[in-house]
Design a protein around this ligand. Structure first.
Ligand code: AP5
Ligand code: MG
Ligand code: ZN
Length: 238
């Protein structure tokens, strides 16, 4: 090997190491209305990784009237969880897609211990592991107000809040002028049910990931930008 080719070899090798180190495989935990979707957009952009929300995928299936959507609709409207096997199929297929090779951010998944264990099995088969489980901690008392006031753009999916993050366009999106709508499960009764389900089914995952040594917790009562700054710092420091 010439000196030039040795130098090139080192350069390529070093850049691969840096790339591998930079890959972020993340999950976002938190109760309904904690700010997972809001933060996911900024985190996905910051680390250049796909944002995978099982809730969004299920809602897209409902919109398209697929078999999965038909099964999921009434369950989601009542605030309960879609059966683990249906959700696992969605996630396994999604994680095998090419864009996940550079990392991923799972939002709203896993939601049960069974889902977390199945995810561990999938990752083991793919010979990869999670870097962090980010837990957005928000007191139950503010969750209903957050969810009930949420408005979403029909066209681009941007999320607003009537009080905490209003669109400058009023009832249309400030980014694309699309109409804003309210999710059917964002009424007080269903949100309360979703919180109940979170406490019994999903909150145990905090301990699960703490035991794996990958849990980071952020105070979700701060402003949207402060929460993001905090998350970015935690991920860069660890
Ligand atoms: P999903 O869509 O995942 O809903 P969720 O977990 O209930 O969470 P949300 O989307 O309501 O809240 P978020 O944390 O994303 O908050 P956001 O950022 O929008 O799931 C819906 C349903 O699908 C489930 O009930 C279930 O049936 C089914 N499902 C999905 N995944 C499943 C799975 N893995 N297994 C089984 N079933 C599954 O913020 C909320 C509002 O607050 C917004 O208006 C926002 O502007 C505002 N806000 C955000 N951050 C702040 C802040 N820091 N300060 C003030 N306001 C803020
Ligand atoms: Mg969400
Ligand atoms: Zn829009």
């Amino acid at each position: 090997m010439t000196t030039q080719s040795v130098q090139n070899f080192i350069k390529i090798h070093q850049s691969n190491i840096i790339k591998d180190f930079d890959i972020m495989r993340l999950i976002l935990l938190g109760p309904p209305g904690a700010g997972k979707g809001t933060q996911a957009l900024s985190i996905a952009k910051e680390f250049n990784i796909p944002h995978i929300s099982t809730g969004n995928i299920l809602r897209a299936n409902i919109k398209q009237g697929t078999e999965l959507g038909l099964k999921a609709k009434s369950i989601m409207d009542s605030g309960l969880l879609v059966p683990d096997n249906l959700v696992m199929e969605i996630v396994e297929d999604r994680l095998k897609q090419d864009d996940c090779k550079r990392g991923f951010l799972l939002d709203g998944f896993p939601r049960t211990i069974v889902q977390a264990e199945s995810l561990d099995n999938i990752l083991e088969k793919l010979n990869i592991s999670l870097n962090f489980a980010i837990n957005i901690q928000v007191d139950t008392s503010v969750l209903v107000e957050r969810a009930v006031g949420r408005r979403i753009c029909k066209e681009c999916g941007a999320t607003y809040h009537t009080i905490f993050n209003p669109s400058k366009g009023g009832d249309v999106c400030e980014l694309c002028s699309g109409k804003l709508y309210q999710r059917p499960d964002d009424n007080e009764k269903t949100v309360s049910k979703r919180i109940e389900v979170y406490i019994s089914e999903t909150a145990p995952l905090i301990g699960y990931y703490q035991q794996q040594g990958i849990l980071v917790t952020i105070d979700g009562h701060q402003s949207i930008s402060k929460v993001f700054e905090g998350i970015a710092k935690l991920l860069r420091r660890n």
